[in-house]
Design a protein. Structure first.
Length: 576
């Protein structure tokens, strides 16, 4: 799989006796670096999303030190550098708005610097795709090291999961079942160690995708952030990346079409986040690998979800780790003939070699295909006149009785309208209605916020009802659940059919038939379109302007149109 290494990129900066090399080396030496570091050994960038504003990644300085040890041990020269960090819990209007911006930071930082290979330190949801996208556009050797999940949440003797219990606790507060003091205890106990969300939310899903794609080390998905083995993993990644540079194993040799197909199947088996659909399409787009929504439906459709983790199931990432982690799931898929076993990984072994004979230590957490959590895991891709470019739904997080449902639309024009209206006692709504939320897509919000699992009206919750069909152009947190149609494209803010839905229209959802239909004639829709006024973008200039002007729809991964593709790592001109 390896080409003979050509001259290393870094030699262009640090090699030789000329004036440029003097300058490049001399300034670096102010950090106390011995001369032999510049003797032509591989320079390894450690691309760090550490930030105290990204709590999920706040421990990554320590992980970076472990990577450095490994790089030194293998005879490389490690250099840590920061890139924009994206913390899901704090960023407004939504971290997703900045995924592409961070990816640009990553791409340009790698290409512009004397880096031969890179270790990507990630954790919180958007940090993983942002770094993979940016590095993929440069296509140099890379290994992704995730920061690992938090320990299981603990609340009065119960296990509680990041995000998932936020929704549950607040439904209970709204329904009058628990006090605000109870909610505070849950807040304290939910996040009790370093690491990212420990449900099978987007962060854990993406850490699993990293391992499934072969771009991370074995056990990258599940080892808790505080587990000493996570630090060992980081050190081993440091050793491996030096070898990969010597063998010139570029990202494109790992992230092949086969690797993406493996990842989609794994996503079905773990009951992974719908956000992975968007992120994997975007990463593939950077490498020129064709990947579409239909691939998601076709490959994931018949994969049962066998990992019993919240939000779909009962357990958490710590339990998943002790059960044996992702390689056990991959073994089960391999035995069903559902994986490309020849796919090469950054470990130097193929998928087939890694998963052979790995034991399952807890069949309650990682169940068998004969006893799945959900028969049809994966992601359902819906089509119909309401979503000509598709929409998605996660069957494992949905309610069985709503998978075929016809109901009257109750429309919220935007997120403010939803907040103002949902608990209005005069609102004519019951559990059979279909809640429709507009203008929360990539351009509309902007950034496609995770508001698709909009909370149910209090009067419905008080009846003990916990789910209703909801449709929007938004995303949903990977920690959320419900019969929620997401990523409807084209989005309302672009004049997609979603923009034309009115209160009282009948909508039919048929997940087994993959159908989403608005029962309004084409003629009537054309009539309504005449009076449709596009919403004003919320901010006129700056990055938001660039984003709104160039963002692609969800079916194309929400990348910026001009960022799609691989631009390589060559820079012909010097800076002086
Ligand atoms: Fe960072 Fe969930 S908020 S992973
Ligand atoms: Mg999330």
């Amino acid at each position: 799989m390896a080409d003979k290494p050509k001259k290393l990129r870094s030699t262009d900066w640090f090699g030789g006796e000329g004036k440029n090399a003097f300058m490049h080396r001399s300034w670096m030496k102010n950090q106390g670096l011995p001369a032999d570091q510049f003797d032509g050994r591989p320079v390894i960038g450690i691309c760090n999303t550490w930030s105290e504003l990204t709590p999920c990644n706040a421990h990554l300085r320590d992980i970076a030190e472990r990577v450095k040890r490994g790089v030194y041990e293998a005879g490389g020269f490690p250099l840590e550098f920061p890139v924009m960090s994206l913390g899901e819990s704090n960023l407004r209007p939504t971290a997703m708005l900045f995924r592409n911006l961070a990816s640009m930071d990553v791409e340009e930082s790698i290409r512009a610097n004397p880096i031969d290979g890179v270790v990507l330190l990630v954790g919180c949801d958007k940090t993983t795709p942002a770094l993979l996208m940016g590095a993929a556009s440069c296509d140099i050797p890379a290994i992704t090291v995730s920061g690992g999940p938090m320990l299981n949440g603990d609340y009065r003797g119960q296990k509680i999961g990041s995000g998932t219990h936020v929704w549950r606790v607040f439904e209970d507060v709204k329904a009058g079942k628990i006090s605000t003091a109870d909610a505070l205890a849950a807040e304290q106990g939910q996040s009790r160690s370093p690491g990212h969300c420990m449900t099978m939310g987007t962060a854990s899903t993406m850490a699993s995708m990293v391992e499934a794609l072969g771009i991370g080390m074995t056990d990258n998905a599940a080892l808790p952030a505080v587990d000493a083995r996570r630090r060992v993993l980081a050190q081993m990644a440091g050793r491996r990346i030096v070898d990969m540079v010597r063998q010139d194993v570029k990202m494109s040799k790992i992230l092949t079409r086969d690797a993406f197909e493996n990842a989609i199947r794994v996503n079905g088996a773990i009951g992974g986040s719908t956000n992975a659909v968007i992120h994997l399409i975007a990463i593939a787009g950077r490498l020129g690998v064709e990947l579409s929504l239909d691939d998601w439906d076709r490959l994931g459709r018949d994969v049962p979800t066998i990992v019993d983790l919240m939000p779909s199931g009962r357990f958490l990432m710590e339990d998943f780790c002790y059960a044996g982690g992702l390689k056990v799931v991959m073994r089960a898929l391999a035995e069903k003939g559902l994986l490309h076993l020849d796919a090469m990984t950054v470990t130097g072994e193929t998928v087939g070699q890694i998963v052979r004979d790995v034991p399952n230590y807890n069949p309650e957490v990682i169940r068998g295909f004969d006893n799945p959590l959900t028969e049809h895991g994966g992601i359902a891709v819906l089509r119909g006149n309401l979503c000509p470019q598709g929409a998605v739904l996660k069957p494992s997080a949905a309610s069985e009785h709503l998978m075929r449902h016809r109901g009257r639309a109750v429309v919220f024009e935007n997120i403010e309208h939803y907040h103002a209206r949902v608990d209005d006692p005069a609102l004519d709504i019951d559990e059979n209605c279909v809640m429709v939320l507009k203008n929360c897509g990539p351009k509309g919000y902007p950034g496609m916020a995770e508001v698709g699992n909009m909370g149910l009206p209090t009067k419905v919750l008080k009846k003990g009802i916990t789910d209703m069909v909801r449709i929007s152009d938004a995303r949903m947190s990977g920690t959320a659940y419900g019969t929620v149609v997401l990523h409807t494209a084209p989005e309302a803010a672009m004049g997609g059919p979603l923009a034309l839905v009115r209160d009282g229209d009948m909508i039919e959802l048929d997940v087994p038939a993959r159908r989403l239909h608005l029962e309004v004639s084409d003629a009537e829709l054309a009539e309504r379109r005449k009076s449709w006024v596009p919403p004003q973008p919320p901010q006129g200039g700056g990055y938001q302007r660039l984003y709104v002007d160039h963002v692609l729809q969800a079916d194309r991964g929400c990348d910026l149109d001009f960022l799609v593709g691989k631009r390589g790592a060559d820079v012909p001109r010097h800076s002086h």
